[in-house]
Write a protein that binds this ligand. Sequence first.
Ligand code: CP
Length: 306
Amino acid sequence: MRHLMSPMDFSVEELDELLSLANDIENNPAKYAHACAGKKLATCFYEPSTRTRLSFEAAMLNLGGNVLGFHSADSSSAAKGESVSDTIRVISSYADICAIRHPKEGAALVASQKSGIPVINAGDGGHQHPTQTLTDLLTIYSLKGRLNNLKIGLCGDLKFGRTVHSLIHALIRYPGIEFVLVSPEELRVPSYIRTDVLDAHQIPYHEMEKLEDAIGDLDILYMTRVQRERFFNEEDYVRMKDFYILDKAKMTLAKEDMLVLHPLPRVNEISVEIDDDPRAVYFKQAQYGVYVRMALILTLLGIQVD
Ligand code: CP
């Protein structure tokens, strides 16, 4: 039995296979329409979500399976004090696979250790969000045609943004990757990622505060929201929340083929005035999330479709 806790759980070859499968699912949806008939996906979400939970559910329904679950800690027996370990033991007898989101780092790992079914980390605190990373990789691969030789700007809340942490882990395994880390001083990428991940693998990166100084050289700009729910006080959040706003003026400085990604939800960091710019692909990215989660469910359940 296999779980997904981090994008590093898959080798580069396995990731390539997963992305190819997702491409095939996109192009031949009917072929997969009954692949999970009789199977059930549990979505156990202790934190709010729109895309991750609903794209998982859409993925399982597209595969002909069924879904069950809860969408908040308050609507489950966590509100009565039940542990994640006990919950997953019970869910293991109700479903075939489980996606879990929890505000505590490591909660999905704890669940996987007590589970009788594959567990997918759908976001654990400020730590990792591997299925968002699979979505991001599929988006870049499908629209850019490669995952190597890219200059990638990561902009915004690089301290608490778990999507950024997961994406860095995944991309360092491809040759020719260079990062530009654009953030205010207080929201820099955590030092363990700089030293244990980037420095340890000799990945070139620069840190900058002004997006205008970085945008002109980028192949990909990955914008992120300031993570209000991870701040210790509201004052700091209010001071930081509008630090970056990507607008038409800044987009005029970017390359013609630069892509703008964002895991969503956005707040103010991308002006709606650029939504119609062909380089703005964040809504397409959310759509790719369904295909890649379909591929992931099939892979973890060991289902092959000829
Ligand atoms: N990108 C993402 O994780 O979105 P949700 O919080 O809506 O699931």
